[in-house]
Design a protein around this ligand. Sequence first.
Ligand code: OGA
Ligand code: MN
Length: 310
Amino acid sequence: MSSVSEEVTDRTVATKRTAAPIGALVDCGDVRTLDERTFREVHRAFLDNLVILIRGQELGIADLLAFGRRFGELTPAAPVHKGQKPRDYPELAVISNVVENGVAIGGLGDGEAVWHSDSCFNDVPPGASILYSVEIPPSGGDTGFSNMYLALETMPETLRKAIHGRSIKHDLRYTSGGQLRPGYTGFEDIRTTPGPKHPIVRTHPETGFDALYLGRRPHACVDGAAPAESEALLDALWAHAANPEFTWHHQWKLGDILVWDNRCAMHRRDAFDATCRRVMHRTQCRGTPVIPGTGDGAGKRHPRAVDGRQ
Ligand code: OGA
Ligand code: MN
């Protein structure tokens, strides 16, 4: 047996929670060489903390995709431009403000990305997203996360009753950076927004806990509600869910990986200086159809939702 494989087998994972009710720093060494047992600990940390930060990695595109695949089957990334050429790595999404020869190399630009859960506008939205920093600006572009188990857990009773059994219709035209996707035109009647419906309370398929599932605020519509009722309900839900007490923001270093769980966490990104370069590589895992939850808690609380209430 080579000394390298011995080292890998003996590796243990140190997990350190953030001071917020979401997120943990996971120290597992080089993610390219994790054995099965070690990866299971990393995956456990992901389910327990909703988002994990792993630092100091040096990953080529194929390495990132191989690591992503350990969290589940990867999905092809949506094209950012009309007529984009077939790419060597269809499961890689580039998140960047860099423009080369008049063509953006990736999505999301340099502005704020509003709170969202990735690809909530798909019939089957993703599970994990894995984001790796390749080039970062000296400041700005921090990525924030919010605990949707906790948002549901702390929801006022009247609001909980108002959303019971209801769904949100999600808008598939715009990115979280506010850009129109290729092939879509903007229009403003929220009742005719193209996109799927998902239950507002969903049961996480792996942890079994219920979480609030809002997707994103712009152009969303509570299914079956008149526009004024929908707007009032969504405003109340977002006022509750965007509570800074549920959140943690990460300031990137080169070589950082964040893995977040779109089924129970939302995220956002700060704007940054447009004259600086930011290049991130991302991949996503296929989710499963959204399971409606009751939201009544039934005495079951995710560990980070319990701590957040203290
Ligand atoms: C994403 C995303 C935020 C960031 O990749 O889905 O929202 O910090 N990225 O780049
Ligand atoms: Mn996103």
